[in-house]
Ligand binder design. Structure first.
Ligand code: SF4
Length: 623
């Protein structure tokens, strides 16, 4: 199989084509893995993420766009302005497949354009277009204008990737958007794209990627078996019925729904913002990404009232949690509206809601006289008429606009929770790992998440290892979420390795509730002709990718140590089934065993680990 990249130099508007050789593809697959490898080789140590030397890798994988099994994704990789280490994020929708149909399996953005541009890619032809009239405009307007310009208004044809005002204004929590409502949200990478002067990318074409597979007939047979398995799984069924927000009530019942900026584990208004309520009151239709049979996306609307919102997609569980329970906002009208605006402005909804929760805590502490006088005075001045009381939905909506355009307090909110809290001298009010805000599962109530979060390479993240699957959902088997069990360590490592492969190939992680590495072995044999491919090789490939990502942080010299925010280690939960628990014991017991399994010491891969994984070219980083 040919895997073709277009290197686009924005400074010169020169494009060069590059083919990834078979050996590299087998070692790093595509997507996240290939991105990590290229970034570690090509992005110099210590650079400013907004400098010309940073590069953005927008990569698909070898089975993206090949029908079914949720293969409609792409992955973005660059040095993150939020964490200062390798950032990455992926998204569904349609952009991944259409990029391949347009003739390229991936793009590398280099240099920077003096004036804003948007790029069209149609059947292998890349053109640059003036984007001055789009700069400052929201994602929805941008997509509309580009589609009209290209003369393709039918939604199922072609796809636009774009960045919103948040990214143009260098917010460190800006999301790469595509198909209006889909986001490669985490790590703030949209601002790196904007720093290159790129507002949007249009992809369209008629390349037949399915025909390029090694054995198309066998591939389709294997894919059909997998789809059947996925569709029959009860989690797939509930994702279709209630969307990801089905988790609100489930996680709240476990006392692990972070509430009031992680000072509580249950939210009394959880039902008001649940997937069940979303389906009952707001749902207009169910929708899916390209080639997806699960269809977990919600099409929702607020028909009237102060938070009236046009028909749009979402909100997802994490968005509802971060902007809802974490800020104590129990009004789903407001959360649907906030989701719509956050998508249009191009924000990572997890980081944004978490940052607002941090601001609410800072505000409360300022009112109680717990901030230095001059800092409290400055805060009140910057807030003006914004009243970030816990549970105030109007403040949330105001802050979205203010952060997108960096007005007053919005200038600090756009920096993310860590920088905001540090600015006001209360770093402990920001709940993050490696500078990235954490998502919606409190490890004091689901203790395997202590290890999953602490060792996540890109920062506070539930998608490197989703150990909620075994601690709460019972996949592959049920554990006590509060019990210390060393088998969980093996499962966290296994998930991290398996998910590294999944994000590289690339398919949606929601199918991993039903699928296992063995399913992808057969698929890869048929797709690539790798007849001797095995489960062991698949997991070792994932492990190689995980180590490559870690090496980027080790090379930077900071931010590779694996720990959790002080609040989670030292402050027991005051409520719910996990009352009285911290995450300290779990992390202290799990981490040494994890390092043993990984072949790491103090967060760094050992030289023999790199040799075992064929990463000798990076030995210089650890020796
Ligand atoms: S399960 Fe949901 S997120 Fe995954 S591909 Fe389907 S619609 Fe997209």
């Amino acid at each position: 199989m040919e895997f073709k990249l277009a290197r686009i130099n924005l400074s010169t508007q020169k494009v060069t084509e590059e083919k990834i050789d078979e050996k590299t593809l087998r070692r790093f697959i595509g997507g996240r893995g290939l991105g990590a490898y290229l970034a570690l080789k090509e992005i110099p140590k210590g650079i400013d993420p907004f400098s010309l030397e940073n590069k953005v890798y927008i990569l698909t994988g070898p089975i993206v766009g090949t029908a079914a099994i949720e293969s409609g994704r792409y992955h973005v990789v660059a040095k993150s302005p939020l964490t200062g280490i390798l950032g990455d994020a992926n998204s569904g929708g349609q952009f991944g497949p259409w990029l391949r149909f347009a003739g390229y399996d991936g793009l590398v953005l280099e240099g920077a354009s003096e004036d804003p541009v948007w790029i069209s890619i149609v059947n292998g032809e890349i053109k640059f277009h003036d984007a001055k009239h789009l700069w400052g405009k929201g994602v929805i307007h941008t997509e509309k204008v580009i589609r009209e310009t290209m003369g393709v208004t039918k939604e199922s044809l072609g796809s636009v990737l774009s960045v919103g005002p948040a990214a143009e204004n260098r917010s460190r929590i800006a999301a790469v958007m595509n198909d209006r409502y889909r986001a490669a949200g985490r790590s703030g990478l949209a601002s790196v794209i904007a720093s290159k002067g790129v507002k949007a990318i249009w992809a369209y074409g008629n390349r037949k990627v399915l025909d390029e597979l090694y054995d198309k007939r066998k591939y389709m047979e294997e894919a059909k078996k997998l789809i059947k398995k996925i569709l029959e799984h009860p989690i797939s069924k509930s994702l279709n019925e209630f969307g990801t927000a089905v988790l609100v009530n489930v996680i709240n019942a476990h006392g692990a729904l972070p509430t009031k900026n992680w000072t509580r584990g249950t939210f009394e208004k959880a039902f008001n913002i649940s997937g069940e309520r979303l389906a009952e009151v707001y749902l207009k239709a169910r929708k899916g990404c390209w080639g997806c049979a699960i269809q977990c996306s919600r099409v929702s609307e607020v028909e009237s009232g102060p938070f009236k919102t046009p028909i749009s997609e979402g909100p997802e569980y994490e968005t509802i949690w971060a902007n809802g329970a974490d800020t104590m906002i129990g009004d789903l009208d407001a959360l649907v509206k906030a989701n719509y605006l956050l998508n249009d402005m191009g924000f990572d909804t997890i980081s944004f809601g978490s940052t607002v929760a941090t601001l609410m805590e800072i505000y409360e502490r300022a009112k109680k006289g717990e901030l230095p006088e001059e800092k409290a005075k400055e805060l009140f001045e910057l807030l003006g008429d914004v009243n970030p009381e816990w549970g105030n939905p109007h403040a949330l909506i105001q802050l979205i606009w203010m952060a997108a355009y960096r007005n007053r307090i919005g200038d600090l909110v756009a920096e993310g929770a860590k920088r905001l809290a540090e600015y006001f001298g209360v770093p402990e009010a920001a709940i993050h790992v490696r500078g990235m805000e954490m998502p919606a599962y409190d490890p004091r109530g689901i203790n395997s998440m202590a290890l999953s979060y602490a060792t996540s390479n890109r920062g506070g993240c539930h998608l490197r290892a989703y150990s909620v699957s075994f601690d709460v959902l019972g996949v592959p088997k049920k554990f006590d979420p509060l019990g210390i069990d060393m088998e969980k360590v093996q499962l966290v490592k296994m998930q991290q390795d398996y998910f590294s492969f999944i994000d590289s190939v690339i398919v949606c992680k929601f199918n991993t509730f039903a699928s296992g590495p063995e399913d992808y072995v057969e698929l890869m044999k048929a797709a690539m002709g790798w007849e001797d491919f095995t489960v062991e090789e698949l997991l070792e490939t994932g492990e190689r990718i995980y180590n490559t990502e870690r090496l980027f942080a080790v090379r930077e010299g900071t931010n590779y140590r694996d720990t959790l925010p002080k609040r989670l280690l030292e402050e027991p939960l005051p409520d719910g089934p996990a009352k009285g628990r911290t995450a300290k014991e779990a992390l202290e017991k799990y981490l040494p065993e994890y390092y043993k399994l990984r072949g790491w010491e103090d967060g760094k891969p050992l030289p023999e680990t790199l040799k075992r994984l064929g990463l000798e070219e990076f030995l210089y980083i650890v020796s």
